[in-house]
Write a protein that binds this ligand. Structure first.
Ligand code: ATP
Length: 246
């Protein structure tokens, strides 16, 4: 009887906590390549509050990118549940999940994924146009976010005419254009020198604090971890520590 009562209390506390934007329970994911089965996530439990900036760290191959891809709905899981702002990702069809991502999430990856033939402002407005925003409004919003990341004067330059740090700022602007609730960043500074990495990270931290958006950042860089609110460490597909940064 006693454990059951305890469990019920815990559940009640969690359900009342409307601040939770990410809730993952018992998440498992195994890659099956035909020849090889690789268990990448072996029972991950995790909650993230709205407005938190969380670093996911750990040795190469421990499952960081897999976790980010599963939490964001880019990839599916084998078992467990993932709730994003109360929505169970596994209950959504592929199309609904894609739409949910486009509305609620922004992505920043190591290698920018900018379209080389488009200017900075065209890259930023593209996802807005795809999701049906009128061209005039999309352009206005794209210029606003480029201004927010300090790139107003570079709006008409193509990625090849920008430095690595500037390119990553364009990616961040693109991720923020639809005012997502969550921004996922996978090694966002991995391709940058350390000074530029610090600047890009400081920008993300500033945006996180100004816009109250939740950021989840996969990184190998302890200095970046130290700029976050919390550091989650993984090993062999599991979370082994979860600490607030002093
Ligand atoms: N598409 C895939 N097919 C098969 N195995 C995969 C695939 N993606 C990842 N893995 C395996 O799953 C495990 C976790 O990989 P993951 O990329 O999540 O680790 P990581 O912690 O992000 O690593 P890194 O820091 O090197 O990027 C690794 O053993 C990896 O080899």
């Amino acid at each position: 009887m006693v454990p059951a009562i305890r469990e019920e209390r815990l559940t009640v506390t969690t359900e009342r906590d409307t601040d939770l934007i990410i809730t993952a329970k018992g998440v498992e994911k195994t890659y099956d390549t035909g020849k090889l089965r690789v268990p990448a996530l072996r029972g991950v439990d995790l909650t993230v509050r709205r407005g938190e900036m969380v670093a996911i760290m750990g040795p190469s191959g421990c499952g960081k990118t897999t976790l980010l891809n599963c939490l964001s709905g880019l990839d599916t899981i084998d078992s467990g549940t993932i709730l994003i702002a109360g929505t169970d990702l596994s209950k959504l069809s592929d199309n609904a999940r894609t739409e949910f991502r486009a509305r609620q999430m922004g992505f920043v990856f190591q290698f920018y994924n900018l379209l080389p033939v488009l200017s900075a402002v065209e890259n930023v407005e593209l996802p807005l146009l795809v999701s049906g925003v009128r061209p005039k409004d999309a352009r206005k919003r794209a210029l606003e976010v480029l201004e927010q990341v300090g790139l107003a004067q570079w709006a008409n330059h193509r990625p090849a005419e920008l430095s690595g740090g500037q390119r990553q700022r364009v990616t961040i602007a693109r991720a923020l254009a639809n005012q997502p609730a969550i921004v996922w960043a996978d090694e966002p500074t991995g391709d940058l020198d350390s000074q530029t990495a610090d600047e890009v990270m400081a920008l993300m931290r500033h945006l996180n604090q100004t816009n109250q958006q939740t950021f989840v950042v996969v990184t190998h860089d302890p200095r970046i971890g130290a700029m976050c609110d919390r550091i989650i460490r993984m090993q062999d597909g599991r979370i082994v520590s979860d600490d607030l940064v002093e």
